[in-house]
Ligand binder design. Structure first.
Ligand code: NAD
Length: 428
């Protein structure tokens, strides 16, 4: 098997491997290897200078046997249909593994949102809804934020959908701002969810969290709250985070041997996750090459930036003292790197289990929208912890029972649930 960083090929290879372990019927495999529906479309947008720019948009609906499709919309200059397909496929497994009644979907636009004004962003997201509105909805497909998209954008999209459909429909999209139909706890959900699974992994491995250190890749929404959770909830120490610097067009690692202060770093980070180097240096951080995070001699590695970061080149650089890799990002590890991680005996919390906190609270948001009754942050986070902890337990039990790698166990739990729903609905 040649090396690949095509995310969708990776998603299919992971699926094929587990389909083989499960001896899945070839016809069932054919349904699950590909998204059921895909939309690729162009969105003309009036720019501030009066010109028209045309953006490429996508939406992929992988499988809705268990409920409406669910998944974020990513704005990234390197977005491709294959990335969206992969992320949509992983959403199906993610919703199934945490046992929420939703399917998998994902969307995207090829754009660097940092190059757009506020008005241009608003016209672009409203344009996305104008194309897609007949194919999304609370009972069809419910988008959400992802890399490069924000709660405010979700608010505009909900407004556009409500106008086009003629009724206030907050449940069409999640990740909305508080006061605009959003849920308490959504901002923290993915990062805190990562930390609930890290806590469970530490219990399993009999590690004392207070004596544990972590290195994190990225410093966006997921990484920031993972860093806060690791330090404030577990009492551990995060020695570095990293980020993509939009000005220098390169990535950096921000390292502090006695532990970073995530709230301070957040105060000097812009909305795209770029940390101010000068202010960090003045506060005693050493600024290293972006690839350094993975080489740190820590107990826990948390890749929380983009896909394909732990690969055949970088995985051999992982310290022999690393005990846990908790995948905050989607698809951060290639199949080649999985083999290296297995050989090193590192305990893996796979992406669609580890970062399922975001979609879980998105689901809670939809439930609250339906009820028109809203929970407190403590209620939301407590329900999230219960879901993440029981999902972790189900995957660990499968891994021990079948003597398989945690990623394979997560796939086995998720695929079995989706296949069961397809059977019950008479699809197979
Ligand atoms: P974000 O846009 O808020 O942050 C991304 C971070 O990664 C930024 O700090 C950016 O500077 C950094 N980054 C980008 N390229 C990098 C590189 N080459 N090296 C180092 N850092 C780099 O995004 P996010 O919402 O935190 O999402 C991060 C990952 O988590 C993505 O894979 C996303 O799909 C996944 N995810 C997000 C959520 C969510 O709720 N936000 C939920 C599940 C999964």
């Amino acid at each position: 098997m040649a090396g690949t960083t095509n995310a969708f090929e990776m998603a299919q290879r992971q699926f094929d491997h587990v389909a083989e372990l499960l001896k899945l019927d070839p016809q069932v495999r054919e349904i699950l290897r590909w998204p059921l529906r895909e939309y690729a479309f162009r969105i003309p947008v009036r720019m501030d200078d009066g010109s028209i720019r045309v953006f490429q948009g996508f939406r992929v609906q992988h499988n809705d046997a268990r409920g409406p499709n669910k998944g974020g919309i990513r704005f990234h200059p390197a977005e491709t249909l294959d990335t969206v397909r992969a992320l949509g496929t992983w959403m199906t497994w993610k919703c199934a593994v945490v046992d929420i009644p939703l399917g998998g979907g994902k969307g995207g636009v090829i754009v660097d949102p940092a190059t757009l004004s506020t008005g241009e962003k608003e016209r672009l997201v409203r344009g996305w809804v104008q194309v897609m509105w007949k194919n999304i909805g609370p009972r069809q497909d419910v988008p959400a934020p992802d890399v490069g998209t924000t709660p405010q954008m979700m608010g505009w999209m909900m407004d556009e959908y409500s106008k086009l459909s003629g009724q206030y429909t907050p449940g069409v999209i999640t990740g909305k701002p508080l006061g605009g139909g959003g849920s308490q706890g959504r901002t923290e959900a993915t990062g805190f969810g990562v930390i609930y699974t890290v806590r469970e992994a530490m219990k399993h491995l009999k590690l004392d969290p207070k004596k544990c250190t972590a290195a994190i890749q990225g410093f966006g929404n997921v990484a920031q709250y993972a860093a806060i959770g690791f330090t404030e909830q577990l009492g551990g120490k995060v020695v570095c985070v990293s980020c993509w610097d939009r000005n220098d067009k390169t990535s950096y690692t921000f390292y502090k041997a006695d532990g970073i202060d995530p709230r301070f770093l957040m105060s000097i980070t812009d909305q795209y996750g770029t940390i101010d180097k000068e202010k960090a240096r003045a506060a005693g951080y050493s600024i290293e090459d972006g690839g350094e995070w993975i080489k740190k001699d820590v107990d826990v590695l948390i890749p929380a930036a983009l896909e394909g970061q732990v690969n055949a080149e970088t995985a051999p650089l992982i310290s022999k003292n690393v005990k846990i890799i908790a995948e905050g990002a989607n698809g951060p590890t290639t199949p080649e790197a999985d083999e290296i991680i297995k050989a090193k005996g590192i305990f893996l919390v796979p992406d669609f289990l580890c970062n399922a906190g975001g979609v879980t609270v998105s689901y809670f948001e939809g439930v609250q929208n339906d009820m028109n009754f809203y929970w407190t942050k403590d209620e939301v986070l407590e329900k999230l912890d219960t879901k993440m902890t029981s999902a972790f337990a189900a995957v660990l039990e499968m891994s021990e029972k079948e003597k398989v790698f945690m990623r394979d166990a997560a796939y086995m739990v998720a695929i079995a649930r989706v296949v069961k729903a397809m059977e019950l609905r008479g699809w197979i």
